[in-house]
Design a protein around this ligand. Structure first.
Ligand code: IMP
Ligand code: MG
Length: 182
């Protein structure tokens, strides 16, 4: 067992736990998308690690593509401002699109993305998020079809999630020590 990164206060989900969750989600998606024309779209860069695992847990023909949007910048709070930095390369018209997200917090990012993608007339459009910060009193702007696990309203890093582009390569998801970002 490797040592805990010194900037991490505590581990929320370890590698084994993450693998179990991904397997369960892959099974659900495999069951639901039989006979469909599945396209997974990951939102860069945070969802890359989850995308890599999830696509291999789905036992169906599928295509993948990526979009990059910015809403957080280098700070720990959502600005609500979303900008498309990289658009899709493939046409999603008439296809069954599943957006793959690392974490759903306010949902402002996804809400914007979904409106944008709907205007391209996919046959269906759903969201699979690994983490959902659906804590009491907080309402997300979208309703994800697949949820890996619920997450406390802390700033978390690892498994693709960053703070100022760091910690994405941690194999677990952990809570960052507040003194690191304040
Ligand atoms: P939302 O628009 O508030 O739902 O935020 C979505 C995006 O903010 C996610 O895709 C992440 O890139 C980022 N984000 C939200 N919470 C965290 C966190 O705890 N750690 C790292 N990134 C986060
Ligand atoms: Mg993200």
């Amino acid at each position: 067992m490797e040592a805990l990164h010194p900037d991490i206060e505590r581990v929320l989900f370890d590698q084994e736990h993450i693998a179990d969750i991904v397997k369960r989600m892959g099974d659900e998606i495999t069951r639901d998308y039989q006979g469909k024309d599945l396209v997974l779209i990951a939102v860069l860069r945070g969802a890359v690690v989850f995308m890599g695992d999830l696509m291999r847990a789905i036992d169906l023909p599928l295509a993948i593509d990526f979009m990059a949007v910015s809403s957080y910048g280098d700070r720990a709070k959502s600005s609500g401002i979303v900008r498309i930095i990289k658009d899709l390369d493939i046409d999603i018209k008439g296809r069954d699109v599943l957006i793959v997200e690392d974490v759903l917090d306010s949902g402002l990012t996804l809400n914007y993305l979904m409106k944008n993608l709907s205007s391209r007339h996919p046959a269906s459009l759903e969201v699979a998020t690994f983490l959902w910060k659906d804590v009491a009193g907080k309402q997300a702007a979208v309703d994800p079809k697949y949820v890996g696990t619920h997450c406390p309203d802390d700033f978390v890093v690892g498994y693709g999630l960053d703070f100022a582009e760091r910690y994405r390569n941690l194999p677990y998801i952990g809570v960052l020590k507040p003194e690191v970002y304040s």
